[in-house]
Ligand binder design. Sequence first.
Ligand SMILES: Cc1cc2nc3c(=O)[nH]c(=O)nc-3n(C[C@H](O)[C@H](O)[C@H](O)COP(=O)(O)OP(=O)(O)OC[C@H]3O[C@@H](n4cnc5c(N)ncnc54)[C@H](O)[C@@H]3O)c2cc1C
Length: 434
Amino acid sequence: MVPNPQPKRLSIGIVGGGIGGVAFAVALSRDPGLEVHLFEAAERFSEIGAGVSFGPNAVRAISLLGLEASYRRIADSSPAPFEDVWFEWRRGNDDAYLSASLAPGCGQSSVHRADFLDAIVAHLPEGVAHFGKRCVEVRQDDERATAHFDDGTSFTADILIGFDGIKSAVREHVLPPEQYRDLGPFWSGTYAYRGMIPTEQLEAAMEARGADRRLAVVPQMYLGTDRHILTFPVKQSELINVVAFITDRSTPTPRLPEGEAWVNAVTQEEMLSVFEGWGAASQAILECIPAPTRWALHELPELPHYHRDRVLIVGDAAHAMVPHQGAGAGQALEDAYVLASLLTDEACDRHNARQALAAFEVVRHARTCQVQRSSHQAGDLYEYRAFGIGDDEAKLASELETRFDWLWNHDPQDDVVAARIRLGWESGSRTALA
Ligand SMILES: Cc1cc2nc3c(=O)[nH]c(=O)nc-3n(C[C@H](O)[C@H](O)[C@H](O)COP(=O)(O)OP(=O)(O)OC[C@H]3O[C@@H](n4cnc5c(N)ncnc54)[C@H](O)[C@@H]3O)c2cc1C
């Protein structure tokens, strides 16, 4: 670690270097008054080669975090004249158009995950990130918190932030299993088949199947009972990201077969058989994915707390959700912005940082739980199982037109102001962290 002779206002340990942890570390590292270290279990930063889509709220958080230029360089949007389209909704059986969700000024803003992580890692100063550090235990006393790693080393700071994803080790410390019931991840009942297709190949396949070529490049959702398929472009429209979902709703508490991994390579035949009888576009899409992976989608229950004194969990560690609103990474980025805004406030130091973590929990908890809950419900809606809507396509179409507005219209600067008011720091200012 690089020694720094300046006395620091506050030292912060971050466990986990995914999209959320890295964006957070970048924002903190711009403040010379903070000592910041990030510990990642893997030997390098890495993300899978799939797409991730961001709603207007997530793009707003990216911009407030000072990462907009890096994002814009690699982000895709829906092609003209469909710039505002988040998704078009179609019946899976015959590709019939049902409705569209519009996100004015944003549309379907998406990136290739690995490209996005690389773009934000480029902003991280040397010496902040430490690799091969899998956190196995967290302890704290009245003064400091310590993360212990599986290589026998440890790191002590004024506060620790767990950005360590759905299988978080830090969560066990915040919500000890002996005190709380089992609050670990559970299988949602949904499997997601994933793949990427070169755009030209998909356009040709659509045409060969008699489907409209345009469906390849304009973001689409094909809906049916207990199943749906989504597509959107990534890598400057070079590739189309595909996720095809099937849900087991035969029991309220579905269980994965004993010993089954969360992610498996499966055959194309398996995936095709799930969507047998679906329309031309769906067949064209799935026939272009010779080697899909199948993900058992897990989520967390709504947790009672995110913080315990000097330790806080955020991002998927605190509120992992099913991806049906494309909102999980967006919530991690909103968390990163709100928390970084509080910790870089000059009123924040080692004496009151615990209060800042508590205020963060108060202002973020209701929203993140609502996003978790509504993400699960969105899956029911797309798969013709929503309470009071079911397979009534007229109701479904009208619900989809406005369903996401509350999620997208949120401004995380309001969370910062609310937390500052609780902390007695409020100056009324709303700031970006660039
Ligand atoms: C199929 C699918 C599609 C999705 N699509 C979207 C989408 O379109 N839009 C969207 O917003 N979200 C989407 N999501 C959700 C999104 O991927 C997550 O919400 C987001 O990645 C969470 O970021 P994070 O930084 O909190 O956690 P992660 O990205 O999980 O990062 C956690 C990091 O912590 C490290 N780590 C884990 N344990 C330890 C430990 N003990 N010690 C040290 N390091 C550790 C990991 O190696 C990893 O680098 C999707 C998810 C799935 C499964």
